[in-house]
Design a protein. Structure first.
Length: 262
């Protein structure tokens, strides 16, 4: 079951003006619930390190995410995924990212290194059960603002949505799983939605997806980011070929603005 990862990938960000005051801070922790119909099928935790990590003389955020099956889903297919990154705290550009996936019989360890002096990406993968790494691959960084999954999510939360009009197109460049992506998304304006953490005004965004075997249509995913100082990723709705899945924020603490919600 790769649904949780696929939905998080849909939260990649876009090349737009950023707010001057970043909405994220060290120590932030977010809890998510993944559901299908009435059933909870997974839960995830997003955690930013309590202190900055120093790389190339710059302060960076270390982000770690854990996701796994919950409820009846765990009976049919056990998932225990971990992924994360070290990203620049100001630009959100990545220096390092990883994925450790365990999904039933499927296993994968992945490490990606971003070298901005050489403008190269070093990509390493292995399968733990085989105890044999795959050949290391290298990719050229051809654009200055090339995000990974975590950096994209952070950048999405820092966009100045107030400068956008409903229907505006949002663009970004990203690298994920050996591929470069040129994303386009449509800004849907502000609306109030009911969430697990209350009724909140949100910015609505719809990614334009490439044709694939998982999502039902090029506009199958919609996500909502809180229209406040935290820009929290509150909810994702994904119309998939087997039905509609939701990823919803259920709790948060150590956010930059406001109080904890548990």
């Amino acid at each position: 079951m790769k649904t949780f990862t696929l939905i998080l990938v849909s939260l990649f960000s876009f090349g737009q003006p950023m707010v001057k005051s970043k909405p994220v801070s060290t120590g932030e922790e977010l809890q998510f619930r993944l559901s299908y119909g009435w059933f909870t099928i997974g839960r995830g935790t997003f955690k930013i390190s309590d202190d900055y990590v120093m790389l190339d003389g710059k302060e960076c955020l270390e982000i770690n995410v854990e996701g796994g099956t919950a409820g009846l889903a765990g009976v049919f297919s056990r998932v225990d995924d971990r992924w994360g990154a070290i990203i620049d705290k100001d630009t959100f550009l990545p220096y390092y990212s990883y994925r450790d996936l365990s999904e039933g019989d499927y296993e994968l360890d992945e490490k990606v290194y971003f070298d901005y002096d050489e403008m190269k990406i070093r990509f390493e993968q292995s399968t733990p059960s085989e105890n044999k790494p795959r050949p290391t691959r290298y990719f050229d960084i051809e654009k200055s603002n090339m995000f990974d999954m975590m950096g994209g999510l952070m950048y999405a939360r820092s966009i100045d949505y107030r400068s956008l009009k409903k229907g505006d197109t949002i663009r970004m460049d990203a690298f994920f799983d050996k591929k470069f992506y040129d994303f386009e998304m449509i800004y849907g304006g502000i609306e109030m939605i009911k969430t697990k953490v209350g009724e909140i005004y949100c910015h609505r965004v719809v990614p334009i997806l490439e044709k694939n075997s998982v999502f039902d249509g090029h506009d199958a995913v919609t996500f909502w980011v809180s229209a406040d100082g935290n820009r929290l990723p509150l909810k994702v709705k994904a119309n998939m070929n087997f039905g509609t899945a939701y990823c919803e924020l259920t709790a948060y603490k150590n956010v930059k603005s406001g109080i904890d919600f548990n």
